[in-house]
Design a protein around this ligand. Structure first.
Ligand code: SAM
Ligand code: PRE
Length: 244
């Protein structure tokens, strides 16, 4: 089977620009994220299971940085509550346009979805039982992250859940290098060339700003979350929950 290559990385290194979630990326996104994030499909499925457990009647569920709506589709499939609305937000017009078509085709659930094209910094979080940021916070400027998590905490109902998945950095350089190497081996095993891996790493350098698990936990506690737990990890990719 010929691997679908991310042709956007065929450009010579000197022409590399910062990574952007534009039309070219949207076209290859499902293939790219599946081959870039170890256990992505497992994450999506289990985020739906967690959302179904914590969603309550007459509330909102948010998918912040929804891309093509994989988390939204998983929540729609599993949440069986009355008058639960999903609000899926992304600031990439190309992502939202394609997500619109994908969600229109999803007839399996009667849960309403509101697709919004905006910066999540501007999203009003209210009456929320579930908020998901699945590999989104890492693209938000560091200076904005605490305010955003604070807003999410304030907008969650008591007992509400934040599901936060992130690529991590590790303070210990040996541990950090171990996970970077393992992640690159994962990408190679999924058909990426060394050139593609190197070019994507360069393109992400100033765009994806990873933090340590401890930094995330400290931010969540500062916002007011009393319960935080890492529930998934494969190499330097983790998912955490925080419950209000
Ligand atoms: C790695 S993708 C997220 C993957 C997606 N949550 C999933 O599970 O398939 C990051 C997404 O966040 C979006 N994004 C980045 N910064 C944003 C911002 N400030 N406001 C809204 N969306 C943003 C990007 O457009 C992109 O679609
Ligand atoms: O770190 C990488 O090389 C990635 O591709 C990670 C990552 C992410 O964590 O959001 C970056 C961009 C997307 O294309 C999909 C995955």
């Amino acid at each position: 089977m010929v691997k679908k290559q991310d042709t956007i990385y065929a450009a010579p290194l000197e022409q590399m620009v910062d990574f952007r979630f534009d039309e070219k990326v949207v076209d290859v996104f499902p293939d790219m994220i599946q081959r870039s994030v170890p256990g992505y499909a497992t994450l999506i499925s289990n985020i739906g299971i967690l959302a179904a457990k914590y969603a309550v009647d007459n509330s909102h569920c948010y998918d912040l940085g929804c891309s093509l709506g994989a988390v939204t589709l998983s929540m729609r499939q599993r949440i069986k509550k009355q008058n639960c609305q999903i609000i899926a937000v992304d600031n990439s017009p190309a992502m939202i346009e394609k997500a619109h078509h994908i969600l229109l085709a999803d007839k399996a659930s009667d849960i309403g979805v509101q697709l919004v094209c905006e910066d999540i910094a501007d999203t009003v979080i209210e009456n929320a039982s579930v908020v998901v940021m699945n590999f989104t916070l890492q693209f938000i400027p560091l200076a904005q992250r605490q305010t955003l998590i604070n807003q999410i905490y304030k907008g969650l109902k008591p007992g509400g859940i934040l599901i936060l998945s992130e690529k991590l950095a590790f303070a210990d350089t040996n541990i950090n290098q171990f996970h970077i190497d393992a992640h690159h081996d994962f990408k190679r095993a999924n058909g990426y060339s060394d050139m593609e891996i190197s070019q994507k790493r360069t393109a992400l350098e100033n765009v994806l700003i990873p933090e340590s698990l401890e930094q995330h936990q400290q931010r969540l506690r500062a916002a007011g979350f009393g319960f935080t737990e890492k529930w998934y990890q494969c190499f330097n990719f983790v998912s955490m929950v925080a419950i209000k």
